[in-house]
Design a protein. Structure first.
Length: 101
């Protein structure tokens, strides 16, 4: 065993060139810009797919709500006609379009 120039017992001190190479190897433990860009692109594609799917669900939900409201209105109108025997229109021009007796 030899005493290194730093005063420690052990192996021979490394040359300055080899310590620079070790530092470069240690500094290369990370992500490159290309790897980060690939991850960002994949996340953007997944977000775009989910946004399109979400807006489609919103549209179908709105359509279902409107259909349900119209059925409810038709049921209420039929209940009113059954209770009163007829549907009174404010205008006589609507009678023909509503097929009211």
């Amino acid at each position: 065993m030899k005493i290194t120039k730093y005063g420690k017992l052990g192996t021979v001190a490394a040359s300055p060139a080899s310590t620079r190479a070790n530092r470069k190897r240690q500094a290369s433990f990370g992500f490159t810009i290309v790897e980060l860009m690939i991850v960002i692109v994949v996340i953007a594609i997944l977000a775009a797919i989910s946004i399109v799917a979400y807006t489609g669900v919103q549209g179908r939900t709105y359509d279902t709500t409107v259909q349900s409201d119209l059925r409810g209105f038709a049921n209420q109108l039929e209940m009113f006609r059954a209770a009163t025997g007829s549907i009174q229109c404010a205008s006589t021009s609507l009678r023909g379009s509503l097929n009211v007796k």
